[in-house]
Design a protein. Structure first.
Length: 419
């Protein structure tokens, strides 16, 4: 009699970590994948206008770096970043009212990495993080992956309410507050100087880290620049300032940075060593060369001028595109405009119907840490020309079922309610 072994069996592979099972992907990325058809006028993305990139200037910077120092440009670099770039970033920060030197700066692979590093070194699972309502989507993802409990700070058309912030700090004992105070994503609103001072005061008195994210602040169309929260002396030892070249130079460079107190910055450097060792050397050296040889401020001024025309085109057409009773913001800069439709509208449910008209937006619901306002949506106004924006708004009106040619009387009052 022959004895045969039982058929081999395969044990199941270990499961994914809980954080990977519970944190979803980016709805914006999902929408961009669905609306990639060239005929779609896409107001959903947060993409800077590619035709405005200084392609020749950036290419020249790369050519010069690779011609003059190819071995260095293609070699490993220090985790903290190339000294030439850190020095240039510190000088730009100092010129805008916040003293800094190269040792204060850590170069990151986009400012999104800075968020991930801060979440890694500051947060234990279960720690509380305070955010704006609504809030930048990828920040919610970064803090969610760290296992944080995310609580929204109430606010109004002018941004988060400092009194509500202090109440939550006392009650919830959070580890940090995350804010985009200038031309916020998704609303486009800007926190006033008075409220920034109040946030700094709360952080100082109550023991709170503040992560101040500023990817859009240089894209100002009108009004006066508002000083960073980080520039307030009483909170300088607890405010982390994040910056990025993605919106003012090019996102493909993947160059961001953080300015932070020494102990926190050093902890972030250790976390970065574990993540990617360092940001690509050649990109850093090319950016430093660009800053040395070109006038980035003049380039940003040209870009902001074009973006202002596109914002104005969107503002001019919204009254016809959105249903009666809608409200929207009027940002002084940045890339985004936020709208609230009447309460009977669910912008998530409506999106497939709107996309059939070859136009897209981002529903507002994913931007909320708590109960979402499902009648809201985000529109990016910088990627299309004024003519394309006009056509996109016409399609949006068709998709939403707006009656063509209706009167826009009363819209000015409605816009003011959201800023």
């Amino acid at each position: 009699m022959t004895v045969t072994d039982p058929a081999p069996t395969s044990a199941p592979v270990p499961s994914l970590a809980a954080r990977a099972r519970t944190i979803g992907g980016s709805p914006v990325r999902d929408i961009l994948a669905v609306t990639a058809r060239p005929e779609v006028i896409n107001f959903a993305g947060g993409l800077p206008a590619p035709e405005l990139f200084d392609q020749e200037g950036i290419a020249a910077a790369f050519r010069d770096v690779l011609a003059e120092a190819p071995a260095r440009a293609l070699q490993y670099s220090t985790t903290e970043g190339e000294p030439a770039l850190r020095t240039a970033l510190a000088a730009r920060t100092s010129a805008r009212g916040l003293p800094a030197d190269a040792d204060d700066v850590l170069v990151t692979t986009g400012s999104q990495q800075a968020l991930s590093l801060l979440a890694t070194v500051l947060l234990e699972p279960g720690d509380t993080v305070l955010v704006e309502s609504p809030c930048y989507l990828a920040a919610l993802q970064a803090f969610g992956f760290a296992g944080a409990r995310i609580v929204a700070v109430p606010g109004d058309a002018e941004g988060l309410d400092p009194a509500a912030l202090e109440e939550l700090v006392v009650r919830e004992r959070p580890k940090l507050l995350y804010t985009v105070p200038t031309f916020q994503n998704p609303t486009g609103r800007t926190l006033s100087a008075e409220r920034r001072a109040a946030v700094a005061s709360v952080a100082a008195r109550r023991g709170l880290w503040v992560v101040e994210d500023d990817p859009y602040g240089e894209l100002r169309f009108e009004g006066e620049r508002v000083p960073w929260i980080a520039s307030h002396e009483e909170a300088r030892d607890r405010v982390v300032l994040l910056g990025s070249f993605s919106k003012v130079m090019a996102p493909g460079l993947r160059l961001g940075w953080l300015r932070a107190p020494g102990a926190l910055r050093r902890a972030c450097a250790v976390a970065k060593q574990a993540a990617d060792l360092h940001t690509p050397t050649v990109n850093q050296l090319a950016a430093a060369r660009y800053l040395a040889d070109r006038d980035l401020d003049a380039h940003v001024e040209r870009v902001a001028g074009v973006y202002r025309e596109r914002r104005d085109a969107m503002l001019a057409g919204l009254g016809e595109a959105l249903p009666e009773g809608s409200h929207w913001t009027r940002p002084e800069g940045g890339m985004f405009l936020w709208a609230r439709l009447p309460a009977s509208y669910d912008t998530t449910a409506l999106l497939p119907r709107v996309v059939r008209h070859d136009v897209a937006y981002v529903p507002g619901a994913p931007f909320y840490a708590g109960e979402p306002d499902r009648s809201t949506l985000r529109l990016c106004f910088v990627t299309q020309t004024p003519q394309e924006i006009g056509e996109g708004l016409r399609r949006l009106g068709e998709g939403l079922g707006t009656v063509p040619g209706r009167s826009t009387a009363g819209q000015s009052h409605q816009k003011c309610q959201l800023g």
